[in-house]
Structures are given as structure tokens and as C-alpha cells.
Design a protein around this ligand. Structure first.
Ligand SMILES: Cc1cc2nc3c(=O)[nH]c(=O)nc-3n(C[C@H](O)[C@H](O)[C@H](O)COP(=O)(O)OP(=O)(O)OC[C@H]3O[C@@H](n4cnc5c(N)ncnc54)[C@H](O)[C@@H]3O)c2cc1C
Length: 545
């Protein structure tokens, strides 16, 4: 309704100095660093171009907001009191799932095209910017495929549907579905990292097993099946527990949904198996080895997602700083704001480069690539997730009070920022995994060092960092208490090498000066003199915005 002449003359609601809505965003074309690192990793640029444009529209971003606002609802019973154990989602959630699954998020790496894992990883990065909650069910679906190789019959039944690029949320038996999703049920009350403490039991029943027990965290409980760890006679064993059987619902009861800090669009449940039918996957006693195939791949996504969250936060901060003025100057033109944004961009581009490079190793063939992927994914998951919350918070502050308000994506990104570190192996577990890998798999360490050395001689600060790593390895100081330090040094060394090789000189220069030299500041914006801050800020700026 137009203002009445009286209220217009009072001028109480003039909107000035507030950035306009960002409209449709092309998350691929507008991200120069993504294009560089995705190409270096062998990802499919054409496919990512389409996906980045489609997923960044104002409509998709509004769907992300809706899916976060309207939480999944647990529907335990039907009107007559019969068990349903369903979760009802807002239509926006289904739209996002359809967009991701339809574009090949879960399927691509298994379709045989070159660079499939790298392309998938870039999709995780893009999707995380729009709505990170839907990544969880799609990631588990992607990651279940290699674990299913432990059983040819299950592989034949399930993989065509998991990789069908068809989102079919209907609750019905697998045979009646064109597309399916998979979840994972490992964590119990008494232990998540230490899954050998699982007490859920599996008792043989004909050709299959009956599972009884409680799972303390089970995300995406509306999935069509769950890879589950349970104790069988031969020890901890992996099972595929379908949600539906031909004769009706399997005995999986949802107890309640977790009331989570973030990751709100996604449902995470406590569930119980009441003699639920399970198909054994792999040998009895080989449960950890079998499910680690899945966990290895979910770790790739949890290493990549923080780069996407950082990107989304930084892009919002850039938009704000370019269109808002204080003290007669745009924020982006204020030297101190420039220093902060440049500093933030270094962590983001480092995480992006590292994640994409590790994804490339998932596409590689042979023992060396596999050894490197195992060590690299632990390094990337550890470091990128440690950096993510700080970057998101600082980007929030760059937007002033509006960064704290739900009209912007910053609160959603902030709530999501710690999560990828917690699940699929929390920070300490990942750092200890790095130690184990370098102690037990010398090939992995050799490939890592060789990879870092590809940039030797390019920067004296990088060379000194390499030297320090060399001393530490020669001293064999691998005590558990040093694990975070070792993981951090190796991850930074690999990031440095990648930025020196694949990023503009001004980015690598600033990274080496501030991340590889002693005296890194305790806050962002403490860059030393002599760095090209303006160029770094320009590179991180969302183009076409
Ligand atoms: C939103 C959400 C969704 C989830 N969805 C699922 C799901 O779908 N399926 C599923 O199975 N699980 C799921 N989880 C559970 C998650 O994987 C676990 O919470 C995680 O593995 C940690 O286990 P925990 O909570 O038992 O913590 P603990 O294992 O008790 O760990 C607590 C802390 O101790 C540290 N720690 C552990 N061992 C050591 C050590 N040796 N030395 C030093 N420190 C150590 C850990 O790093 C961690 O910081 C989900 C969790 C969340 C938050």
C-alpha cells in the first residue's frame, strides 16, 4: 500500500544504505577460485557450470531458507494409533533433494566418467552454500555405494537405485522404487568414536539376521536403508537394514528427533531396532572394515563442506561491504575491512584447494592414490573444519547487526559451521588418524611429501615449513599429544603447495606469510605489510553479483 502523504512526509521509513537482495547467483561463474581448483582436480566444468547456475537462483536459496524454518516433523502413529515412524518435511526440502539427486550428487562418481569424485566434491561445495542440511542424506547415499561392494547381491539390488538420479521419497519397498537413499546407524549412547562399544545385537534368522538395540544418532531416518553396525557371534558386523520389507514396515522405531543447534532441514533421530531384519554386508567380525569404506567417502564431503560454508559467508560479507557505507566510505574501501576480508579469503581458498585436491585422489587409480586419499582426507577434514567457524563468525561481523539476523543466511551458516568437524570422526579422532596413517602407511606419507615438494623453491617461507616437517618426521616425534600439531603442519604444508601451484601469486604470497610463518595472529585482519590485499579481495569477490 502506498504511504499516505502524511506518513511519506515524515520520512520514517526511507530505506537507504541497505544492500539490495542478491537475486539469482551463478555460483560457478561467479567463483574464480572454484573454477581454478576444480579444473586442476579434473572436475567436469560443464556439469558444474549448469549446477552452479541452477542451485544459486533466488528461488533455490529461498527454498533453503524455508527448509530451515519449517523443521522436519516426526509422525509416530497414524490417526488410528498404528505405528508410522515417518518424518514429514516441508516441500522446500524435497525440492532441494530433487535438485541435488537429479543433478547426480550421489550418482556421478559411480557412473564411470573421469573426475567423478572431484565433480561430486565441487557439488558438495556448491550445495553447502545454499542449504547444507540436505547434503547429509545425499552424501550418505553417495558413500554407501563402495561399502555395498562387499556383497554382490546387495550391490545389484541397491546400487542402481541409489545412483538412479531420481529422488523418490515415497515410503515403500525397494522393489517398488525407482530411486533410493541410504543412511548410516553406527553411533550408540555409550560410544560414537569408539564403535566397538556397540551393543546392538544381530541374531541369525534363516538367511538373514534380526537386529535388536538402540542407535543414539541416525540422520535421515526416512532413508530406504541403513548401513548398521551390530554385534553378531563373530564380532562387530555390518548389516544393511531396509526400512521396508516386501511384507510391510521393518521393525525400526523412531524414538524422537534430535533438537539440534543447526543442520535443521535434515532430520536426525534416535531409533530402535526391535528384531528388525538385516542383511549381512561383509563377513561377521569385519564390520568396522566394511563400514569404513562408507566413512572414507563421507569424510570427503565433510572435508569439502566447510569450504562451501566459508564461501557462502564470505560472499555475503562481500556483497554487504560493497553496498554499505560508513563514515562516508563504502565498507569495502575501508583499509581495515579490506585487511579482514583478505585474511578470511586465505582460509577459504586454502580449504577449497585442499578439498578439491583430495577429491582428485579419490578419482585416482592404484595403491598410491588410495594411500594419499586416506591421509589427505583426514588432513583436510581436520584443518578446514577447525577454520570454518572462525571464518563464518568474522564474515557475520563484517555485516554488522544484520549478520546476526535470520533475514540473511549467516545464522544458518554459523549454526552449521561446527558440525562437519564433529561427525564422521571428530577433530581429535581425525588427528589421531593422521598419526596412524603416517606411522603405518609409509607410502601415504611419501606421496604427501612428494606432493608438497612439487612447490619446493617457489617461496622461502614454504621451503622453511617443508624443512620443519622434515625434521619432525626424521625425529619420529609422533606422540598422541602432538597429533593436532602434526596434522596442522602437514595440512598447511599441502595447502601451501597447492596455492603456490594453482592460485595467483598474491594469494600464495599472503598465505605463506601468514599461515606458514611463526606469529600468526589470533584474530583476522592482522596481515603484515607488503601483501596485495586488494587483489586478494577482488579474487574472492562474487563476480556477476
Ligand atoms: C547432527 C548429527 C547427526 C549425526 N548423524 C549420525 C548418523 O546418521 N549416524 C551415526 O552413526 N552417527 C551420527 N552422528 C553421531 C556422530 O557421528 C558422533 O556424535 C561422533 O562420531 C562422535 O561420537 P560421540 O558423540 O559418541 O562422541 P565421543 O566418541 O564420546 O567423543 C567425544 C570427544 O572425544 C574425542 N575423542 C574420542 N577419542 C579420543 C581419543 N582417543 N583421544 C582424544 N580424544 C578423543 C572426540 O574427538 C570428541 O571430541 C551424528 C551426530 C550429529 C551431531
Amino acid at each position: 500500500m502506498p504511504d499516505s502523504p502524511a506518513s511519506a512526509s515524515l520520512g520514517t521509513h526511507d530505506v537507504t544504505n541497505q544492500p539490495a537482495p542478491r537475486g539469482d547467483l551463478d555460483l560457478w561463474a561467479g567463483d574464480a577460485a572454484l573454477r581454478a581448483h576444480a579444473r586442476a582436480a579434473g572436475a567436469d566444468a560443464a556439469l558444474l557450470g549448469d549446477f552452479g547456475a541452477a542451485i544459486g537462483t533466488a528461488e533455490m536459496r529461498a527454498a533453503g531458507r524455508d527448509a530451515n524454518r519449517h523443521l522436519p516433523e516426526f509422525v509416530p502413529f497414524d490417526a488410528a494409533g498404528r505405528r508410522l515412524d515417518e518424518v514429514r518435511f516441508h516441500p522446500a526440502y524435497h525440492d532441494l533433494m530433487r535438485a541435488g539427486i537429479g543433478a547426480g550428487y550421489a550418482a556421478l562418481p559411480w557412473e564411470g566418467a573421469a573426475g567423478g569424485h572431484a565433480t561430486h566434491a565441487a557439488m558438495v561445495y556448491l550445495m553447502s552454500q545454499v542449504e547444507p542440511g540436505v547434503c547429509c542424506p545425499m552424501t550418505m547415499t553417495y558413500a554407501a555405494v563402495p561399502a555395498l561392494r562387499a556383497d554382490p547381491a546387495l550391490l545389484a539390488d541397491w546400487v542402481p537405485r541409489l545412483t538412479a538420479r531420481l529422488y523418490d521419497p515415497a515410503a515403500r519397498p525397494l522393489a517398488a522404487k525407482g530411486g533410493a537413499t541410504m543412511g548410516m546407524a553406527m553411533t550408540e549412547k555409550q560410544g560414537g568414536s569408539d564403535v566397538r562399544a556397540n551393543t546392538t545385537t544381530a541374531v541369525p534368522d534363516g538367511d538373514h539376521y534380526r537386529l535388536t538395540g538402540h542407535k543414539w544418532f541416525c540422520s535421515a531416518p526416512m532413508s530406504d536403508g541403513f548401513l548398521t553396525l551390530a554385534q553378531a557371534t563373530g564380532g562387530l558386523t555390518c548389516f544393511l537394514v531396509p526400512r521396508w520389507l516386501d511384507e510391510g514396515r521393518n521393525a525400526i522405531h523412531i524414538q524422537r528427533l534430535k533438537d539440534k543447534l543447526g543442520n535443521r532441514a535434515n532430520a536426525s533421530a534416535e531409533i530402535e531396532y526391535h528384531g528388525a531384519l538385516g542383511y549381512r554386508l561383509g563377513d561377521e567380525g569385519a564390520g568396522v572394515r566394511t563400514i569404513l569404506e562408507m566413512v572414507h567417502h563421507t569424510r570427503l564431503d565433510t572435508a569439502m563442506a566447510p569450504a562451501g560454508l566459508m564461501r557462502a559467508a564470505l560472499a555475503e560479507a562481500h556483497h554487504w561491504a560493497r553496498h554499505r557505507s560508513a563514515f562516508q566510505k563504502r565498507l569495502i574501501d575501508q583499509p581495515l575491512m579490506r585487511a579482514v576480508l583478505a585474511d578470511l579469503a586465505l582460509d577459504w581458498e586454502g580449504a577449497l584447494a585442499l578439498g578439491m585436491h583430495v577429491a582428485r585422489a579419490f578419482d585416482g587409480q592404484g595403491a598410491e592414490a588410495r594411500a594419499f586419499a586416506r591421509l589427505g582426507v583426514a588432513l583436510a577434514k581436520f584443518l578446514s573444519n577447525k577454520l570454518c567457524p572462525g571464518v563464518v563468525y568474522e564474515a557475520m561481523e563484517a555485516m554488522g547487526g544484520m549478520g546476526y539476523v535470520e533475514d540473511t543466511p549467516l545464522p544458518m551458516l554459523y549454526r552449521e559451521a561446527p558440525l562437519n568437524s564433529i561427525w564422521e570422526g571428530s577433530g581429535n579422532v581425525m588427528a589421531l588418524d593422521v598419526l596412524r596413517a603416517i606411522a603405518r602407511e609409509p607410502a601415504a606419507l611419501e606421496v604427501l611429501i612428494a606432493e608438497m615438494k612439487l612447490a619446493a623453491g617457489a617461496d622461502t617461507r614454504f621451503d622453511r615449513h617443508l624443512e620443519r616437517i622434515g625434521w619432525r618426521i626424521a625425529e619420529k616425534r609422533f606422540s598422541e599429544a602432538d597429533a593436532r600439531q602434526i596434522a596442522m603442519e602437514l595440512a598447511l604444508g599441502l595447502q601451501g603447495s597447492l596455492l603456490l601451484r594453482h592460485s595467483p601469486g598474491y594469494v600464495a604470497d599472503a598465505f605463506c606469510a601468514t599461515r606458514l610463518e611463526d606469529g600468526i595472529g589470533l584474530a583476522f585482519g592482522l596481515l603484515p605489510d607488503g601483501l596485495d590485499e586488494q587483489a586478494i579481495v577482488d579474487r574472492a569477490r562474487p563476480k556477476l553479483d
